[in-house]
Design a protein around this ligand. Sequence first.
Ligand code: ZN
Length: 184
Amino acid sequence: MRLAVLVIDMLRDFVDGPLSSPRFRRVVPCIARLLEAARSRGIPVIYVNDSHLPKVDRELELWGPHAIRGSEGARVVEELEPREGDFIVLKRRYSGFYGTDLDTLLRELGVDTLMLTGISTDVCVLHTAADAFFRGYQLIIVEDCVEAFTEEGHRWALEYMKRVYGAKLARLEEAIREIERASR
Ligand code: ZN
């Protein structure tokens, strides 16, 4: 297994800004612990960040302005700021693969398994998981490192990814053990 950890949309606009939910902030410490484990074991960390073009991206009509390219709100939250050696992929759609070089990067890194974290479980995590599945990647979703606006949406999306994309669901401790296994 060649593993990479994806951090999806842990941006200021989602955690503290116009599209925030109190549910989103609670995944921050979990993701921080996971990233620490990944970095210390040499597992690549890839941020997949919304970076919208104003007046162009249709998503903005549906959700209102958020994560506008170059704005403060489009920055990763302070606690999870990217470190040297991490990768950053900018996206304009829900999926981290659509119109980005994520797939090229993963192939260059020799990655075959993605560990997904971030928000929200039933939108950007779900669509990224779908595109990963179509491209042949194995999926591990870290249950306590993903969140949605509602518990119902969160649970539904986890079950959907498990059933339809064969994703493995793992709690944080189990995910850290996977990272340790993958780094051997
Ligand atoms: Zn967006």
